[in-house]
Design a protein around this ligand. Sequence first.
Ligand SMILES: [Zn+2]
Ligand SMILES: [Zn+2]
Length: 422
Amino acid sequence: MQIKAPRGTYDILPPDTGKWQHVEAILKETAENFGYREIRTPIFEHTELFERGVGTSTDIVTKEMYTFRDKSSRSLTLRPENTASCARALIEHSIYSGILPAKWYYIGPMFRYDRPQTGRYRQFHQFGVEAFGSNNPYLDAEVIILLVEVLKRLGLNDYELHINSVACPRCREVYRKKLVEHIAPVKDKLCSDCQTRYEQNPLRVLDCKEDACHRAIAGYPTLFEHLCHDCARHYATVKEALKASHIVFQHDDNLVRGLDYYTNTAFEIHIPGIGAQSAVGGGGRYNGLVAECGGPDLPGIGFAMGIERLLLAVDTLAGGEANESKTDVFISIMNDAYEQQALELLTRLRLAGIRAEKDYMGRSGRAQMKYADKLGARLAIIIGEEEIAKGFYTLRDMRGKEQAKIGGQDIINSVKHRLATA
Ligand SMILES: [Zn+2]
Ligand SMILES: [Zn+2]
């Protein structure tokens, strides 16, 4: 039986890896620009971390975690997201007692045992940032500006930014009671997920994707109307900072993150041009998360973006990345007696920083030239009987086809010169 990649996983092959490298380079460069440094945490953690740091009532924890027991019967889970791991690392290494804020970014695979569907995988990839240690609303604005800047640098200018305040636990408790009163009479009209949400965490009913649920709860009281003085001021400052930075956004009452450790600013960014599943990233403040994970009472804010969706958006809307050549020079030999000379020249060129390639499949002279064209080589160096006898190389321009005889000592400089003037 042929062995295939497990359901919900996929291989990224060249030349597609080039697209990934291009997007990843922009993500990293933008984050570094904004003062964020890379953190790399383990792919798996103790299951309890995600139960505490993602929330036991979330779909992620109740339905989608890749949990297994190791040989010592410890319950481990492949990370479904990375914020909880960052909070764990912050606590474990006492980063909170060092220089704050701690500003981190990450990029890598995440795992959710979801029913695979178009564009959704069990192993998928996320880029995200976290800033721990400050409750300054201008930091919220910085994080949102970074999210928008990433899209701009990828050539994705048609986005919709939704923001809301999910308030502090105090004003949310008042609100929660009013919401329960509003939903109670129409409870039976909600989808089965929302029935459970209503019992465990009624705010998450607002988050439901089912139209029927939205119709049933129409006219519901909004969290925005119930912000306490501090929460209202925080939200107003974030919005003013965004306006002053020319970031276009819309207030969205439906944007809620039901868990207690999410506080104040929440945001989500959509690219409508990629279809129904248009959210490419989202995040917010999680001032209660570090304490929930067993650390001190330290505020934090961050976001995560799905790289698969970003790539889809870049491919369909930004015209993709030009399939650029990875080869400068191709060495063509007219006789396999010259393999050794070709290998030596190949190495000299490569040590000089020139991307050089040769044939390893025994192609004819003509087939080698076709192969050189396929690789996108700008130049070819031909080694034949006359070249060996008289001690020179034939350097051919693959576009204009003109050829020149170059002495062995001059070949590196000649190649460099031609590549620079191309
Ligand atoms: Zn409040
Ligand atoms: Zn629902």
